[in-house]
Design a protein around this ligand. Structure first.
Ligand code: C2O
Length: 558
C-alpha cells in the first residue's frame, strides 16, 4: 500500500466568469481543485493550509474512513473549522472504494469552489471489470455564483435562513468553465481531444450545489460502468441524470465521423437562479477528434438526447436502470434481515420568523427530516460524544415521523408545515442492519428531489418509487440481488427511496440533503454508531490536534 502526501493551500483568488470578476476560495490556486489519484488500499495525508480569510473544513465524499470520523470533515459534526493562518492534516484511508469519488469543503457554502476529484484505480495486480480504456478524463460539473459564496454571503443567508436570499446560482460549469453559450466564455470552453475509434473513460463528478443535472454528448452513447466509487452493471444510455454529490464513470467510444461534439450539462430541477436565460443553465465542453478535417461547421449539440428541464420521467427511467455489478469478484453484501427500521420524511417547511427580517412575512422557509429541522451545535457532535459533553445534542431522533399522512396528496396536515428545531441524533449499536425509507412530502408546495448523502457509509438502494411508500406491497418488490451501492441518492420528487446498510463503521456520521440550500435550512441529521466489543470494531482515538471550537464569526452574530 502506498502512502501519498498532498499539500492543499486554500486562499481566495479573483477569477472572471460570465464577464464578472468574483473572489472565490480555491485549493492550490486552481478551480476545480487538484485530482487525488491513488490505488485502492492506499493511504493519503492531505495537509490543509488555510491561508484564506475564514475558517474552513474539508470532506472526503464517499470515503468510508473506517473507524476514523476525526478526518471526515463536516463542520460542527466531526470537527470545528480550521482557523485562518493554521493547518490541519486529514488522513484519507481508501480501503473500500474503487472508481471515482471526490473531496470538497464542508462548511457554509464553501464547497461551491473548493472541490476536486478522487480517482481510485484498481489495486496493484488487479484490473477494471471492463476493458481498460485508451484514455481518461475527469469531468467536474459545478455551479457558479457571480456574487460568490464566501462566508459573508453565507452569513447573510444564515441570518435570513430559509429566505430566498440565499446565494443564487448564475449558471453551471464543466471543469470550471461555462462553455460556448455564455457571454465572455467561449475562449475558455474545455476541449477534450480524442482519437478516432478509441474508448475513453470519463470520470464525472457532480459538484453542482443546487440541482440535479442531465448530461449528454452529441451523437455518442455512453456506457455507465461505475457510480459513487463502486462498479455497476454496464448500462448504455444517451443521457445521465446526476445528482449533487454523485459521481459516475462512463465509457465513450469515439466512433462517429471526425468532428467536434458538445457535451452538455443542463439543470433539471427547481433552483433559484440569478439569470434564467436558457444559455446559463447549460454548461458545455467540446469533444474534438484529432486529425485533419474541416472545422467550419459548428460542433453538434445533443439536442435530441439532452432531456429538458423538469423531465421527471427521463430522470426516473435513468435511475431505475442502475444496478450493482454483483459478480463473484464484486459481491453485494446487502443485509437480508433488518434490526433497525426507520421511516424518514424529507420536507420543506416553514418556521416562525424571529423578527421582521424574513421574506415571507411572519414565517421563513425551513427543511426537515421527520419534521425536525437540524440546528448546528457550537461544539462538534463527535467531540461531545467522545468527551461526554452534555447539552450539545439529544439522542432522540425519531424512527418515524410525528404523524403518518398522505405525504404526496393535497390535503396535508397544516400542523406539520411548521417544523420543530433541534440537534437530534440517532444512536445505533455496532453492526445493526438498518433499513430506511425516505419519503418525500409535499408539505410546502414545490416538492423537490432530495439527494440524500450519508457520511462514513455507502448504502444499497433496495427500492424506489413515486407517490406514497406502501408498507404492504413495496417491500415485496425490493431488489436484494443487485441493488446499486451508492453514497448519495435522490429521494424523487413526491416519491420514496428505500435503503439498507450494515452499521459496521463506529463513529459520528452526518446525513444530509446534498442540495446546499436544503442542508442550510435543516435537512440534516446524525448517526452515532457505537463501538463494538473489540478495538478493531471501535472508533479510533482523536489525533493529537483538532481545530478548537472557538466562537466563529458566525456564532458571534447570534
Ligand atoms: Cu458531499 Cu456532507 O457531503
Amino acid at each position: 500500500r502506498t502512502v501519498h502526501y498532498y499539500d492543499f493551500v486554500l486562499r481566495e483568488i479573483n477569477v472572471t466568469r460570465n464577464c464578472t470578476i468574483t473572489t472565490i476560495l480555491v485549493v492550490n490556486d486552481s478551480f476545480p481543485g487538484p485530482t487525488i489519484r491513488v490505488q485502492k488500499g492506499d493511504l493519503v495525508y492531505v495537509k490543509v493550509h488555510n491561508q484564506g480569510l475564514y475558517g474552513v473544513t474539508l470532506h472526503w465524499h464517499g470515503v468510508k474512513q473506517p473507524r476514523n470520523p476525526w478526518s471526515d470533515g463536516p463542520e460542527y459534526i466531526t470537527q470545528c473549522a480550521i482557523p485562518p493562518g493554521t493547518n490541519f492534516t486529514y488522513e484519507v484511508n481508501l480501503t473500500e472504494e474503487e472508481g471515482t469519488i471526490w473531496w470538497h469543503a464542508h462548511n457554509e457554502w464553501t464547497r461551491s469552489t473548493v472541490h476536486g476529484a478522487i480517482v481510485v484505480l484498481p489495486r496493484e495486480g488487479s484490473s477494471f471489470p471492463f476493458p481498460t480504456a485508451d484514455g481518461e478524463h475527469v469531468i467536474v460539473l459545478g455551479s457558479w455564483y457571480n456574487e460568490g459564496t464566501s462566508l459573508n454571503k453565507a452569513l447573510e443567508m444564515e441570518m435570513s435562513i430559509g429566505s430566498p436570499n440565499i446565494p443564487r446560482a448564475t449558471g453551471y460549469l464543466i471543469n470550471g468553465q461555462y462553455g460556448d453559450f455564455v457571454p465572455c466564455s467561449n475562449e475558455t470552453t474545455p476541449h477534450f481531444f480524442v482519437d478516432y475509434g478509441k474508448t475513453y473513460l470519463l470520470r464525472i463528478v457532480s459538484a453542482v450545489v443546487g440541482t440535479e443535472m442531465f448530461f449528454s454528448i452529441a451523437d455518442h452513447n455512453m456506457t455507465v460502468v461505475g457510480m459513487d466509487g463502486a462498479y455497476t452493471k454496464p448500462i448504455v444510455v444517451s443521457y445521465l441524470m446526476i445528482e449533487p454529490g454523485q459521481t459516475m464513470d462512463i465509457l465513450v467510444t469515439t466512433n462517429q465521423s471526425p468532428g467536434r461534439y458538445y457535451m452538455a450539462a443542463q439543470r433539471f430541477a427547481t433552483e433559484y437562479l440569478a439569470f434564467t436565460k436558457f444559455s446559463h443553465v447549460v454548461a458545455t465542453a467540446i469533444i474534438q477528434y484529432k486529425g485533419n478535417y474541416s472545422l467550419t461547421s459548428p460542433p453538434s449539440f445533443p439536442i435530441d438526447t439532452l432531456p429538458f428541464y423538469h423531465d421527471y420521467s427521463a430522470a426516473a427511467s435513468f435511475t431505475h436502470q442502475l444496478r450493482s455489478l454483483a459478480t463473484e469478484e464484486y459481491p453485494v453484501d446487502v443485509p437480508y434481515n433488518v434490526t433497525t427500521r426507520m421511516f424518514i420524511t424529507a420536507s420543506l417547511n416553514s418556521l416562525p420568523c424571529p423578527d421582521d427580517s424574513c421574506y415571507m412575512g411572519d414565517s421563513k422557509l425551513a427543511a426537515s427530516l421527520n419534521n425536525i429541522s437540524w440546528k448546528d451545535p457550537s461544539v462538534d457532535v463527535l467531540q461531545a460524544y467522545y468527551r461526554n459533553i452534555s447539552g450539545v445534542y439529544t439522542a432522540d431522533f425519531p424512527d418515524f415521523p410525528p404523524e403518518m399522512f398522505n405525504f404526496t396528496g393535497d390535503d396535508l396536515p397544516s400542523s406539520l408545515a411548521e417544523a420543530s428545531v433541534g440537534t437530534a441524533v440517532k444512536v445505533l449499536n455496532y453492526n445493526e442492519t438498518v433499513e430506511i425509507v425516505f419519503q418525500g412530502t409535499n408539505l410546502l408546495e414545490g416538492s423537490e428531489y432530495h439527494p440524500m448523502h450519508m457520511h462514513g457509509y455507502s448504502f444499497y438502494i433496495v427500492g424506489l418509487g413515486s407517490g406514497n411508500f406502501n408498507n404492504e406491497t413495496d417491500p415485496l418488490a425490493y431488489n436484494l440481488v443487485d441493488p446499486p451501492k451508492v453514497n448519495t441518492f435522490g429521494v424523487p420528487r413526491s416519491g420514496w427511496v428505500a435503503i439498507r446498510f450494515r452499521a459496521d463503521n463506529p463513529g459520528v456520521w452526518f446525513w444530509h440533503c446534498h442540495i446546499d440550500r436544503h442542508m442550510s435550512w435543516g435537512m440534516d441529521y446524525v448517526f452515532i454508531v457505537k463501538n463494538g466489543d473489540t478495538e478493531e470494531t471501535s472508533m479510533r482515538p482523536p489525533p493529537p490536534y483538532m481545530p478548537p471550537c472557538v466562537a466563529s464569526k458566525k456564532d458571534k452574530l447570534f
